[in-house]
Design a protein around this ligand. Sequence first.
Ligand code: SAH
Length: 367
Amino acid sequence: MSGRKSETRLAQRLKRRIATDGPISVADFMSACLSDPQDGYYMTAEPFGAGGDFVTAPEVSQLFGEMIGGWLVHVWHMAGRPARFHLVELGPGRGTLMADALRVAKLDSAFLGAARLTLVETSPRLREKQAETLANSPLKPEFAANPGEIPDDAPLFLVANEFFDALPIHQHVLTEGGWRERMIGLDDAGELCFGIGPASLSEDDLPPTARKAAPGAVLETQPLANAIAASIGTRIAMRGGAALVIDYGYARSTPGDTLQALYRHEFDPVLARPGDADLTAHVNFEALGHAFRTTGAKISGPMTQGEFLIGLGLLERAGQLGSGKPAEVQERIRADVERLAGPDAMGTLFKVLGVTKADLAPPPFDT
Ligand code: SAH
C-alpha cells in the first residue's frame, strides 16, 4: 500500500506518532480515528444516511424513536412521575431519535414539564446538527461532553442507541506466552500494521469461554464502556430512573475479533482509512450488564431489538401510521418495520438492555 495517494491526514499523523513514541493500543487507535479533535471521524465526516457510511435505526423510520419515547414516558409513570428528572441521550447523531421520541412525549405535558434534556455529544459539528433537528421540539437541549457532567440531583432517564459500539476497546491476543495486548505499529515499509504488545490479561481476568482458546484467539475488553455503565448505574440505583442501551453486540463474553470499519456502506480494512471510515466494535452485553449490576441497579434483558419493538407495540403503531395512506406508503412502512425488527435485518443482531432501580419491572422485559 505504500505510495497510496489517498492516505488520510490522520494516517500520516499516526505514523509519525508511532515512529517517535512506539506502537499504540487498538483503544488509542480507535479513539484517535473517531474522536481526534481535528481529523476524527465524528468531528469531520457526515456518517449518516444514504450519502454517508451507515444507516441507524432512527434514520430508518420515525417508528423507532416513537417507540422509545413511549417507553420513556411509561417508565417515568411507573417510577412515580418524579417532578424533576434528567432526560439524557448518549451520542444522538443527527438528533432524529430524540425528535421522534419528544413528539410522542408531547402528549404528556407533565412528563415534558418535569424533564431537563441533555445530549451527550463530543462532536461540535453534530451538536449543531442536533440543535437544528430539535429546533421545533418542546424541549431545548443542553449539551455535555460526557455523562459525568450531568448534575447528580434528580432521577435519570437515559437512552443510548449505537453509542457504546463507538467507544474504544482493547484487543488481546493469545500467544505461546499468554494473553498480550494487540497493538498497531509500523511494518518494514513504514505502513500501519497490527502487532503484539506487552502481557495484558491473566487467567483470572478471563471469561470461562476464553480458558480453552487456541493461540491466535482474540479477546476484547471494553473498560470505557463498562466505566460509563457503572456511572449511569450508580445514579439510577441512588436517584432512580431508567436507561435503555441499544446496540449490536453479543450476549455472552466470548473470544472473537469484532473490530470493523465501514466506509460508504461497505466493510473496509480497519487500518486503511483512519479518520475517514467509521470504526466500531460489537458490544459485550454480558460485561456491560455486569457493570450496571455491580452498582445496585437492576438490569432487564438483553433481548433482541425485534422482540423489544414488537413487545412495545411496533406493529400496531405501524398499522396506525399506514392507515388510510396510499399503497406505496403502506409498503414503505412495512419495509421499515421489517428492517427494524426482522431477523435478517436489525432485529436479531441488535440487542436492548434495560436498566432500572431495583423496584421497577419495565415492559416489554416483564412478560
Ligand atoms: N444515536 C445516533 C448516532 C449513533 S453514532 C443514531 O442512532 O443515529 C454515535 C454517536 O455517538 C455520534 O453522535 C458520535 O458523535 C457520538 N460519540 C461517539 N463517541 C463519543 C464519546 N466518547 N462521547 C460522546 N459522544 C460520542
